[in-house]
Design a protein around this ligand. Structure first.
Ligand code: PNS
Length: 160
């Protein structure tokens, strides 16, 4: 059984993430989207909310499941018997750090990283940019699913 993990913060999930997850689901028998629990970083959405959005938006894929993890991605992989991490690469600027992580992850646990070239439609897209644009009333409807856009509007309006 070929299994892979797509790790990330997903605060919130964007169309770019969903493109990578959908394409990974065609390459692997099972894909786990693993949401990082990072207590040190302030997030707009809780882990449960982020997982909920991911569940709704990946419901069409039978072989995609959503989970969360705390700590190292490789520890999650080892604990769940997963040998491959799938990451989207948007631009050369992503590459330096991603390469370091891929090499470290391989050294730590023999976990392989598959880099998938981001669809050019999403090469400029990040959760941070989406949040910044939405914060100042910009239209993000082309960059995140409709339900995520609605949640963003609601969350930013309530000021939390
Ligand atoms: O969506 P993000 O924030 O760009 O995702 C980054 C993430 C969660 C994939 C990365 O920071 C990560 O794997 N964090 C878990 C801790 C870890 O394994 N760090 C890398 C050590 S080589």
């Amino acid at each position: 059984m070929r299994r892979a993990v797509c790790p990330g913060s997903f605060d919130p999930v964007t169309n770019g993430h969903l493109d990578i997850i959908g394409r990974a689901s065609k390459l692997y028998d099972e894909v786990v989207v693993a949401v990082l629990v990072n207590k040190k970083k302030h997030r707009l959405f809780s882990v449960e909310e982020r997982m909920d959005m991911l569940r709704s938006e990946t419901g069409a894929y039978d072989n995609v499941t959503i989970d969360s993890f705390y700590g190292l991605t490789v520890d999650y992989c080892v604990a769940h018997d997963i040998r491959t991490v799938v990451k989207g690469l948007r631009a050369v600027s992503d590459f330096d750090y991603e390469l370091q992580m891929a090499q470290m992850n391989h050294g730590l646990a023999g976990v392989e990283t598959l880099f998938m070239a981001t669809n050019p439609l999403y090469s400029f897209l990040s959760s941070s940019l989406v949040k910044e644009v939405a914060t100042f009333g910009g239209d993000v409807s082309a960059h995140v699913p409709e339900s995520v856009s609605a949640r963003l509007t609601e969350r930013l309006a309530d000021g939390s």
